[in-house]
Design a binder for this molecule. Structure first.
Ligand code: MV4
Length: 503
């Protein structure tokens, strides 16, 4: 059983993983680039080793150097975090070859889900619904694709087999425009992944992006920890996630959750993973892809389930059984995460770099901040612009929104521009408050200008409305301490009895 974990990552997620290791009494080894000499994850770990120059390809993507450091430092496990080497089948196998435990899924599961065409075929066999489209595995020629396109139906999407993140994706409205779009999709996929292979899916319009957290142990136990609503994104970059989704009820949650478990089982999945679904207006849901890693937005699931997902990952990698059965997983309240990025929301979200001179973190009831930066740290252009995740918990969605508004107001970061004003505007948007949004919301229906002109008076009114809504929801809940069907009389009579009993 391993005792020393190398964290093959940087920033907030490296710090998050080191925290879990510390609680479990495990020693930690950090790795860092020349730009990250004074980074928080380096200070926080027991030991730290230089990888190389700032660019990822010369540092955090150097699998060979990371494995050398693991051997030299006596680390007997590696946690890859997200991004970088997290979903590289060859890296996971190399760890195994060297007798180092990879805290993540088996290489074969990474490979099976990494090829999106293969993933589709695999989950279809397991009875998981996918968007209608091509079902053949392997390379299809343009002629093949043009022949089946009318059967799939228009509008459709060309997607890259090696894909993810919307790269190499093209919307096709008619057969006539398809040859040119095939060519540009293949070119983009080839440039991004070194693989120009593509497949087709019918376009699902106005869909929400809802994903399920899975955890699975090496003894065959697989459970889900509910869903995260991830529709608030811009150019395929998520900006806010919440749990539960305001769009699901218990029945649909149970149905999608058991399908998510089936999809994970289809690739013999072990450790933490995520099943992504599209959910259309009529509540039809379709498997999109599986992310075979810990995700950025895992904290919202932790907040509503009480499960420490990173600690579970470590326990699973040590060969232990899951700490929970599906029945033991209870959902409590509502959590929202805002990704705080060093970018200017008033200037087309262009990245902002520089030294953070001052910062004041929000705290207080129901507030969690996961960050990898501190005053004095310099934000460089080499890595992802995300500098912190602000996560809040509330008993209801309305209370969580009120808390997020309060926490965003408390948050001070001086030295770089951040997207905090974007999140503040979002918290005041009626559509967001009402849960009425899909994946097009930020790009098509949201504007920073409209909000900038809104008066403070209007903002105060919104706060009052939300507070009333939160209070109402709470009153409603206290009137429903006994479940609806188990009660033999009306809510009002029941509340009367309850009050008499407690006089
Ligand atoms: C889709 C879709 C509509 N119909 N597939 C975008 C990235 C990739 N992971 C899958 N994506 C989509 N696939 C069908 N058949 C719409 C999207 C999509 C999307 C999905 C999730 C989150 C944000 C999105 C934004 C635009 C489009």
């Amino acid at each position: 059983m391993f005792k020393k974990v190398l964290i093959a990552n940087r920033g907030e997620i490296a710090v998050r993983i080191i925290r879990a290791c510390r609680e479990l009494g495990l020693e930690t080894v950090a790795v860092f680039s020349e730009a990250d000499r004074s980074a928080l994850h380096v200070r926080y770990a027991d030991e730290a080793y230089l990888l190389g120059p700032a660019p990822s390809r010369e540092s955090y993507l150097r699998a060979d150097k990371i494995l050398d450091i693991a051997k030299a430092s006596g680390a007997d496990a590696i946690h890859p975090g997200y991004g970088f080497l997290a979903e590289r089948e060859d890296f996971a196998s190399k760890c195994a070859d060297l007798g180092i435990d990879f805290i993540g899924p088996k290489p074969s599961s990474i490979a099976a889900m990494g090829d999106k065409g293969k993933a589709r075929a695999t989950v279809i066999k397991a009875g998981v619904p996918v968007v209608p489209g091509t079902e053949a595995v392997g390379n299809m020629t343009d002629d093949d694709l043009l022949r089946v396109a009318p059967q799939v139906g228009f509008p459709l999407l060309i997607k890259a087999t090696a894909g993810g993140g919307g790269k190499g994706m093209r919307e096709v409205r008619s057969l006539e425009e398809m040859p040119a779009l095939l060519q540009s999709a293949r070119r983009e996929a080839e440039a991004a992944f070194g693989d120009g292979n593509v497949y087709l899916e019918k376009l699902v319009e106005g869909a929400r992006h809802i994903e399920f957290q899975i955890i699975a142990d090496s003894h065959g136990n697989v459970i889900h920890l509910g869903e995260r609503e991830c529709s608030i994104q811009r150019r395929h970059q998520k900006l806010l996630e919440e749990a539960p989704s305001p769009f699901l009820d218990d029945e649909l949650r149970e149905k999608m959750g058991s399908v998510a478990v089936k999809a994970a089982q289809a690739v013999d999945y072990v450790n933490a993973g995520t099943i992504e679904f599209l959910v259309d207006k009529d509540r039809n849901f379709y498997f999109l892809e599986m992310n075979t890693r810990l995700q950025v937005e895992h904290p919202v699931t932790e907040m509503v389930t009480g499960v420490d997902i990173v600690a579970e990952q470590i326990r699973i990698a040590r060969g232990r059984q899951l700490s929970y059965s599906q029945e033991q997983v209870q959902f409590n309240g509502h959590a929202i995460e805002c990704r705080v990025n060093a970018e200017d929301p008033f200037n087309n979200f262009i990245p902002s770099t520089g030294r953070i001179t001052h910062s004041l973190l929000p705290t207080g009831p129901g507030v969690r901040v996961d960050t990898g930066v501190y005053p004095g740290f310099e934000i460089t252009p080499y890595y992802d612009p995300m500098i912190a995740k602000l996560i809040v918990w509330g008993e209801t969605r309305a209370q969580a929104i009120l808390r997020m508004r309060r926490a965003l107001e408390e948050y001070r970061i001086v030295g770089v521009r951040t997207n905090i004003p974007f999140h503040q505007t979002l918290m005041d948007s009626h559509r967001f408050m009402g849960g009425q949004f899909d994946t097009r919301f930020v790009e098509e229906r949201f504007s920073m200008d409209a909000a900038a002109s809104e008066s403070r008076q209007a903002q105060a009114e919104i706060a009052a409305i939300l507070a009333t809504l939160a209070a109402h929801k709470q009153a409603e809940r206290s009137a429903q301490i006994v479940r609806r069907n188990e009660r033999d009389t009306s809510n009002w009579k029941w509340v009367g009895r309850w009050e008499r009993m407690h006089r």
